[in-house]
Design a protein around this ligand. Sequence first.
Ligand code: UD1
Ligand code: CA
Length: 441
Amino acid sequence: MLEVVILAAGKGTRMRSDLPKVLHPLAGKPLLAHVIETARALLPSQICIVYGHGGEAVREALDAPDLVWVRQEPQLGTGHAVMQALPLLKVGAGGSASVLVLYGDVPLIRPATLQRLIEAGGEGKLALLTAQLDDPHGYGRIVRVAGKVTRIVEEKDADDAERMIREINTGILVAPHAALARWLPRLSNHNAQGEYYLTDIVALAVAEGTEVVTAQPAANWEIEGVNSKNQLARLERILQRNLAESLMAQGVTLADPDRIDIRGELICGRDVFIDVNCVFEGRVELGDGVRILPHCVIQDAVIGPGSVIGPFARLRPGTVLAEDVHIGNFVEVKNSTIGAHSKANHLAYLGDTTMGSRVNVGAGTITCNYDGANKHRTIIEDDVFIGSDSQLVAPVTVGRGATLGAGTTLTKDAPPGELTLSRAKQVTVRGWKRPIKKNKE
Ligand code: UD1
Ligand code: CA
């Protein structure tokens, strides 16, 4: 049986922000949400989150039925933090549970790595996730004697020889629940930081004859923590690059894998092409052969096969496009469905609209969906042609095959098959002369 404890009570002073550290977004989602998702992938019996700094905001932002929360106040160290969680973890009938400790500010750790750590721990061992770093500064060091781990020493408590050790403690470990319950009350805070170090359980395990084993992550970025905006940005780039790699592995063509941002779930069909500087938010689905041209922002939208979006298009939540739809530059679409082969190629706002097939939306068209208090729908039936610079004041319907003359302000339904326009009659004033600037005397 596996129990997970996520440590998330720390302060995060170096973020210099009012937002609690673990709520800072990475790929559009709080750091802690990434760790919770990874924990869930391991199918544990329980997930307990130790929170503290930032107060209830962290719990309120991420609460879910499968999470147990414990507040650590004050924060007296990582050992003290795990001690708060332990009584909340119900040991199963067999009593042989293992506890996996994760950090809420280490968001890129992969389930496969944790699985290897758990397997290394097996029944009854203490398993540490360690890494070899060129620059181990700041981390706890893994002290070995004749190859066997004997203890962990924190940077601030280490002597010169120990500081030379390049094998570091990532902080992530697996320990038998029963052993933790024995070790934690025996921790002391007689150290450089006056804290109860979780890392001191290693020496206790060794003294008891409990085997201490280690596992390593496949990549060192998995164990990187976020303590500053700089590190947050660094991990964002690594995560985005990983997402881009997996899209390309699925056959998506990216003009530049370093210039795409996915803040949610992007589902792509075959032969999708995505040009530079596009941002995808929420759940976005791109059908076969879709082309996304540069500089688009697309959120919670479904784009039908063969459609072409952008450059500079904005698709907001509730956009559903059928096949071969063209949405061009400076066109915004929100909560609208657009039928096959319809086109809005330049400068338009389509909000709360139901549009049929083969509609041509002229440049500068606006659906006026908001009357200052309520939103209304615009219905545009199949084969409509909307002249440039038209305003459709909702609720309003443009009948099948209708044409709207350029510059129309449509306030009543346009009947099918007819030309409707609202426009002052054009006049020419014959013989009119432009004023001429008078000479100063
Ligand atoms: C800890 C480890 C160190 C390891 C490093 C990896 C200890 C004593 N040291 O050091 O060996 O190399 O992580 O980054 O464990 N936290 C709480 N409550 C507390 C203190 C911390 O929840 O009272 C949480 C923090 O929010 C953070 C994690 O525990 O997510 C680690 O705390 P941090 O202060 O960063 O530990 P380090 O001193 O860096
Ligand atoms: Ca740290």
